[in-house]
Design a protein around this ligand. Structure first.
Ligand SMILES: Cc1cc2nc3c(=O)[nH]c(=O)nc-3n(C[C@H](O)[C@H](O)[C@H](O)COP(=O)(O)O)c2cc1C
Length: 202
């Protein structure tokens, strides 16, 4: 069974974090969840879920101020960490090794232990500070994974878009979620052939 830390910070898109926990639970993973104070606020502002409900989805929940939590130490075995969504503030904390709360400390531990760290960074447009912080975390071994929607899977609902992004992120942990519609299937190729044979000529 995989053990994965999921952190929800105050970037817009708290629903990405909630779906990450739910889908990992469905896949049989053990979820270790941290929610920042602004992550909690955005759960209330942006989603139909209460913070209590999200905490109850976790296999283990840790307050973000608890630096003494098990996941604060590299000696605690986990397979990796997903920050979903990741605010520019938390990105900056990780890029600069601040480790000032349990989220940036756990992320720092992932980097020092050379474990998988995926940051679903949510901001647009990006300033040079954001870009340099992304460069720093990627240089240190993290993956920057902005929630940019795909359209080749022909999403019909916002949940289709969210599921696809979360599914592609979980691919990184060796999962192969059946809800991810992958390019290269016959249906997609047929659709492309139809489009290119009847679509506007340039
Ligand atoms: C509704 C709402 C949406 C926000 N969206 C973003 C966002 O998309 N990206 C971002 O970097 N910050 C966003 N913020 C600001 C962060 O919440 C703020 O910088 C906070 O200090 C982040 O702290 P944390 O990373 O510890 O959660 C948003 C705030 C609110 C209230």
């Amino acid at each position: 069974m995989k053990k994965i830390i999921v952190a929800i910070t105050g970037g817009s898109g708290a629903i990405y974090g909630i779906r990450t926990i739910q889908l990992l639970n469905d896949l049989g993973a053990e979820t270790h969840v941290i929610i920042s104070p602004w992550g909690s606020r955005n759960i209330e502002l942006e989603t139909p879920y209460s913070v209590k409900e999200v905490k109850e989805m976790a296999s283990v929940y840790y307050p973000s101020g608890n630096q003494a939590a098990a996941i604060s130490s590299g000696s605690f075995k986990v397979d990796g960490m997903i920050v979903s969504p990741c605010s520019m503030k938390t990105l900056a904390s990780i890029a600069n090794g601040l480790a000032s709360d349990l989220i940036s400390r756990s992320a720092d531990v992932m980097l020092k232990e050379q474990k998988k760290l995926i940051l679903l960074t949510r901001e647009t447009p990006l300033n040079l500070i954001h870009i340099k912080n992304m460069e720093a975390v990627v240089s240190a071994g993290a993956m920057v994974f902005p929630p940019v929607p795909a359209f080749y899977n022909q999403p019909k609902t916002l949940d289709d878009v969210i599921h696809h992004t979360v599914g592609r992120m979980l691919d990184q942990f060796g999962y192969d979620p059946e809800w991810v519609k992958r390019w290269g299937k016959d249906s997609h190729n047929q659709h492309l052939r139809k489009l290119t044979s009847t679509g506007p000529q340039r």
